[in-house]
Design a protein around this ligand. Structure first.
Ligand SMILES: Cc1cc2nc3c(=O)[nH]c(=O)nc-3n(C[C@H](O)[C@H](O)[C@H](O)COP(=O)(O)O)c2cc1C
Length: 356
């Protein structure tokens, strides 16, 4: 195994951004599943396009469309510029934003500004703080969590569940015992909601149910079909060949949504769709499947870093136009109406089984 001490948190965070922007780290044989979902075309929409509004709210703040820039970075030199530029666009377009894991900010104050800059650049939007599952399990981290929340004046704390990523990360931690208890403690003690997300392997209905019982207010599925965090870590791992088969491990985003949305019958929660969102039509379909908000990470970061803020703005504006088109064609004047639009869903190609 590689020497874990050779990797500090800041250089890992930089590796992650560099690999996500420059390498092909999408799932190879798995899509998010949006091609299996169609709206039933409404030939009698009985609305004017002008009446369609993509506006919504998230964490009590207005958002111009149900899209947020997902948790990505912070905690090393260049992250300050990246987070500032992402935040400026989010503020301008009035969409929420997450910061990346803030574990490093507990280890050192060196890069606190890379997180603080987000709130400075985006005073009015919803911003989410971020820690990993393994940290949420630790009492000393929970005792200091207010430092991380205060750094970005967060409207919610996101806990990311990433057992696959940690398993394949050369310097990763595989101590996942006590995570649910940690989330329960955070949900009970914090003045802001707790969001629980994956990072690209998805959340099943049974896991979602345990998280909701523990007090999570928001579930962000971060399903398979977009960025493969197994893929990112395999590219950093000298033992790659041994675990290459795990590159595509995970539950496709659409399957997470169709299985978790019915839990609304018994629980009140906000559902976020992410993992491979690549168009306004994907956003529309995710909303039609019951999501309240969508989140995208890698493709938006690529728009910024391969090009610039204008390219990022243009991408989001294009997605908004595509979303509006789908809303018009389903006769949905509001996001709430789009959630009720008629859809046809092809069955999952694979069948879950318990053969005895
Ligand atoms: C460069 C990069 C860094 C990321 N770092 C974090 C992180 O620190 N915390 C987290 O919760 N998710 C992190 N993610 C995961 C994303 O928030 C998201 O769940 C995942 O990439 C799937 O979305 P996508 O297919 O749109 O990329 C990161 C994603 C990218 C691209």
């Amino acid at each position: 195994m590689p020497d874990a001490s050779a990797h500090t948190t800041p250089s890992r965070k930089k590796d992650h951004v560099d690999l996500c922007v420059d390498a092909d780290v999408t799932h190879r044989a798995k899509s998010p599943g949006f091609e299996r979902v169609e709206f039933l075309h409404n030939a009698l929409p009985e609305i004017d396009l002008d009446e369609v509004s993509t506006a919504t709210t998230f964490l009590g703040k207005p958002a111009s469309l149900p899209l947020m820039i997902s948790s990505m970075t912070g905690g090393y030199d260049e992250a300050e510029r990246i987070n500032r530029e992402l935040a400026e666009v989010c503020e301008e377009l009035s969409i929420p934003m997450g910061v990346g894991s803030q574990r490093q900010a507990l280890e050192s104050t060196a890069y606190h500004e890379s997180f603080r800059i987000v709130r400075k650049a985006a005073p009015s939007i919803a911003i989410t703080a971020n820690i990993g599952a393994a940290e949420a399990a630790q009492q000393d981290v929970r005792d200091n969590i207010h430092l991380l929340i205060d750094l970005v004046e967060a409207n919610a704390l996101t806990v990311h569940l990433n057992p696959l990523q940690e398993l394949l990360q050369p310097e990763g931690t595989t101590s996942f015992r006590g995570v649910l208890h940690g989330i329960e403690q955070l949900a009970a003690s914090l003045p802001i909601p707790v969001i629980v997300k994956e990072v690209g392997a998805g959340i099943s209905a049974s896991v979602a149910q345990r998280l909701l019982n523990a007090g999570a207010a928001v579930i962000d599925v971060a399903g398979a079909g977009g960025t493969s965090w197994a893929g990112v870590e395999l590219l950093r791992n000298s033992e790659r060949a041994a675990f290459d088969a795990l590159w595509d491990w995970g539950i496709p985003t659409v399957d997470c949504l169709t299985s978790i949305a019915p839990l609304r019958r018994d629980y009140t929660f906000t559902l976020v769709a992410s993992g491979g969102i690549r168009s306004g039509l994907d956003i529309a379909k995710a909303i039609g499947l019951g999501a309240d908000m969508c989140a995208a990470a890698r493709v938006l970061l690529q728009a910024l870093l391969h090009e610039n803020q204008d390219a990022l703005r243009a991408r989001i504006a294009l997605w908004q136009r595509q979303l509006r088109a789908a809303m018009f064609l389903t006769g949905s004047a509001t996001i709430a109406q789009l959630q009720q639009a008629e859809m046809a869903i092809q069955p999952q190609p694979t069948v879950a089984k318990h053969v005895r």
